[in-house]
Design a binder for this molecule. Structure first.
Ligand SMILES: *Cc1c(COP(=O)(O)O)cnc(C)c1O
Length: 354
């Protein structure tokens, strides 16, 4: 069952809404003791593994809503600007709905796997000589002038669909976590999670709210630095955003929850990326490691209070936003390529250190 059918009572749909679903959502919450050990005694770290969605990122939760509503409202096409995952998801759901999808991307800035997805699902992909923010301006204007639905995260239905991930976290844990950490790019996801947690509390499903911890890449940290970044830089392409669409909502989530939005360097991101893959067994794309890099940084700074009573476990949920196979070039780039030996058993044994 997809997120619309699962959480219908919490979403702006009716019996007449044509549900376009790829059975998104229902992703696992994986416990990671290796990370928890680095936070401190009494802490548990849980990884919400969103890379296991149909197009391998959390964007599918919002896209099922955005495309279903676009269809309901009579649109025959959808469009988006994208750093990659939005276009992959929009292309797949548009294919499912049998409508056209137009994608505008910054030239040369999209990970290979994501571009392959948009193309194979049949989207019309146009690369511009410019950055994401310029791509979004163009698409916004097109959608104002033509009967095409904009499916970027400024589309309120995207946020509605994405908030279902907080319901799943609460349903899995049996309560809301103490802390919720995630990467921040356009800030739609932090907005969506916070909205979801608040709604679950209002409906009496949980009795508390988490502290929200958002992390931007150091070269693309407009919210942290309180200014638009004209030329954002980071190897975490999914969060390479200089002027977040949901800036104010992200600040509200931070302030209302008593949390923070901080930045992590590309080195810290890559360290967390490798730790997740080699130490935990989960391969994510670099942007997804920003939340882990962030909590490790905050732990070193003494941010997390000591847990005094053993019965008082504190839960930190980290969202792993997208799958590592989206960006295989990055993994290869930061590792040594395999050695080549003659096809002889003794040579393989020697190199393998057996
Ligand atoms: C979109 C995306 C983000 C950033 O999410 P926002 O809602 O733009 O803040 C982070 N990681 C991945 C893998 C993404 O696809």
């Amino acid at each position: 069952m997809g997120v619309i059918d699962r959480y219908r009572d919490y979403l702006p749909v009716t019996g007449k809404t044509p549900v376009i679903s790829l059975e998104e959502g229902g992703t696992p919450l994986v416990r990671a003791d290796l990370i928890a050990e680095r936070i401190g005694p009494g802490y548990a770290v849980w990884l919400k593994y969103e890379g296991l969605n149909p197009t391998a990122s959390f964007k599918d939760r919002g896209m099922t809503m955005a495309v279903s509503k676009a269809l309901e409202e009579g649109s025959r096409a959808v469009a988006c600007a994208s750093t990659g995952n939005t276009s992959a998801s929009a292309a797949a759901f548009a294919a499912r709905a049998k409508i056209k999808c137009v994608v505008v991307i910054p030239e040369g800035a999209i990970a290979l796997g994501k571009l392959a997805q948009a193309l194979i699902h049949g989207a019309t992909v146009i690369a511009i000589r410019g950055n994401f923010d310029q791509a979004l301006d163009i698409v916004r204007e097109i959608c104002e002038k033509y009967p095409i639905a904009l499916v970027n995260s400024i589309n309120p239905y995207r946020i509605e669909g994405q908030k279902t991930a907080s319901f799943e976290v609460c349903d899995s844990l049996g309560h809301a976590p103490d802390y919720h950490a995630l990467p921040v790019g356009n800030a739609g996801n932090i907005t969506a999670y916070w909205k979801g947690y608040k709604e679950y509390k209002e409906r009496g499903k949980v009795d508390r709210l988490p502290v929200m911890l958002g992390f931007q890449a150091a070269g693309a940290a407009p919210i942290v630095e309180k200014r638009v970044i004209e030329d954002p830089r980071t190897l975490a392409t999914a969060i390479k955003i200089g002027n977040p669409a949901s800036w104010k909502q992200a600040e509200a989530a931070r302030d209302e929850s008593g949390g923070l939005i901080d930045k992590v360097t590309d080195e810290e991101i890559i360290e967390a990326y490798r730790l997740l893959a080699a130490g935990v067994g989960i391969f994510v794309e670099p942007a997804s490691a920003a939340g882990i890099a962030g909590i490790l940084k905050k732990a070193k700074q003494g941010y997390f209070p000591a847990v005094t009573s053993p019965s008082e476990r504190k839960d930190i949920v980290c969202v792993l936003t997208g799958h590592g196979l989206k960006d295989p070039d990055m993994a290869i780039k930061c590792l040594e390529t395999p050695v080549v030996v003659d096809a002889k058993i003794e040579e393989v044994i020697r190199e393998a250190g057996i």
